[in-house]
Every structure is written in structure tokens, then in C-alpha cells.
Ligand binder design. Sequence first.
Ligand SMILES: C[S@@+](CC[C@H](N)C(=O)[O-])C[C@H]1O[C@@H](n2cnc3c(N)ncnc32)[C@H](O)[C@@H]1O
Length: 271
Amino acid sequence: MSEENVEKSAILGDDTTQEPKRPLSNASLEFFEILDDVKQLAQQTNGEASSCSDEQYYNNAKKYWNKINADDDGMLGGFASISYCDTQGSSQFLQSIFRSKPSPARTYALDCGAGIGRVSKNLLINFFEKVDLVEQDERFCEQARETLEKTGNLGEIFNKGLQEFDPEEGKYDVIWCQWVLSHLKDDHLVQFYQRCIRGLRKNGMIIIKENVTSSNKVEFDANDFSVTRPLAKMKEIIKESGLRIVREQKQHNFPKGLYPVYILALRPVVK
Ligand SMILES: C[S@@+](CC[C@H](N)C(=O)[O-])C[C@H]1O[C@@H](n2cnc3c(N)ncnc32)[C@H](O)[C@@H]1O
């Protein structure tokens, strides 16, 4: 897919947010009037998002995902082709984690916002004896079960939103969160991280792989009710949650026009 027809989606780019310098032709003026209307509408929707209850907010995302196909294209906003490169980047990152000391054990991982189990299937089952999944969409959970049951590495699948999920205390060596934390409101993300800290075993880590904005602003997507945060904002939330970053890496070789993607390994400040 070329840059021109890249659509905004769960994993997609922020190139359209750059404000061009204003030219002066009539056509351009008309264009900028439309752009202003769009901006106004976006602000209104943003307002709606901040005024709606938590339940409505998460239900809006739920409704969005309910219409999405239970396949790699669905999980990756039409970019199933990046799955291989994504897995390679994650795999190298995990290998570097296991070379570091003290490294997490390889008994139990948790895949958060697991979708159809793409990350579990391509990555986590190769590193861990058992993998649990948490995912809010029932159809995706069923698809993940069908794919992973035969591998012998599947633990439990929890059909829940992360905003209400409470992992078993001391169970997980790695809690992997990919392309899902944008769905949590800031305060719920802090609380989620804090519950995850309790869910970690000795030497355990939370690993997140998420889009970040290059505009330095939080960008709200009224389509799927998600927010893409700048890296600095993500780091603020991490610190506030009682976590520190022990490894940070940018994902390379994704197509142009997508948001930059970062992988961060987090450890509790005290544990
Ligand atoms: C972009 S897909 C990524 C799926 C998977 N992590 C992957 O990389 O293939 C986002 C997933 O997050 C799930 N999701 C959205 N909001 C969620 C929430 N509040 N709690 C748990 N999962 C959520 C969606 O249903 C969807 O499966």
C-alpha cells in the first residue's frame, strides 16, 4: 500500500497531522475551510470522549472491534504484511532481554489485548512454556483458542477489558502489551500497570510495544476510541505507575507513513 492511500487505523500514521503552510489560491482556501471544519469536528468528538462515562468510552472501542475481521489484517489495520517484520523486531528484543541479568524466567507470559493471538502464536509460545491471553472481544478469543490450543502452550484466555483485568499475583515472567494500551484512559493505564506489577514473578518484566506520536501531542482517534501518546507522555505514566524502563528500542523497517513504534521493557522500581 502506498503512502497516499494509507488509511488511519489502529496502528497507522500521523503524517496527516502536519499543518501545511497556507497557500493562497481559491481552491486552497476552500481546502483550508474544510480542514477547519474537520478540526472543529475532531475537537467536538474529543469533547464527547472526555464527557462520556468510562463504560460508554470502552463500549465505543468494543463496538469498533466488533466490526473488525478476526485475522491478521484486522489486527494490523490492513497491514498484515508487517507481521513478519514486527515479530522479528520483537524476537530480537526478547532475546536481548534474556541475555541481560537478572533475566525473567521462561515459565509464564501474558499477552494483553491479544486479539486473535497473533503475538502469542508468532512470538510468545517460542519463548515461554505457557501463555495466557487477555482480550475484550469474544470472537477474537475464540479464534485465538482455535489457533493456540493445538500448540500445547496455551494457558488461560480471559475475555475481559484490561481496565478491569486483575492478573493472579506473582504468576507472570513477562506481561506483553502490544497495540492495546492506547485504548486505556491515562488513570486506568496507571492502575493497570500497578496491578501488573503485582502479577509479576521475581525478575519479571512488563514489555510494551506501542505507537507513539511524533507531533508531541496526544492524538485521539474517534473511530476506535484510542489515544496515541507521545513517548514522553508514555514515560510519565510509566514513572507514575512505579515502573522504570530497563530497555528501549525503536522498531525499524516498517512502511513509511505509520506511527513510530517503540518497544520498552519495564521493571518495578521496587521488587
Ligand atoms: C490493534 S489490535 C492488536 C492485537 C494484538 N496485540 C496484535 O498485535 O496482533 C488491538 C486489540 O486490542 C483489543 N482491545 C481494545 N480495547 C481493549 C481493552 N480495553 N482491553 C483489552 N483489549 C482491548 C482489541 O479487541 C484488539 O484485539
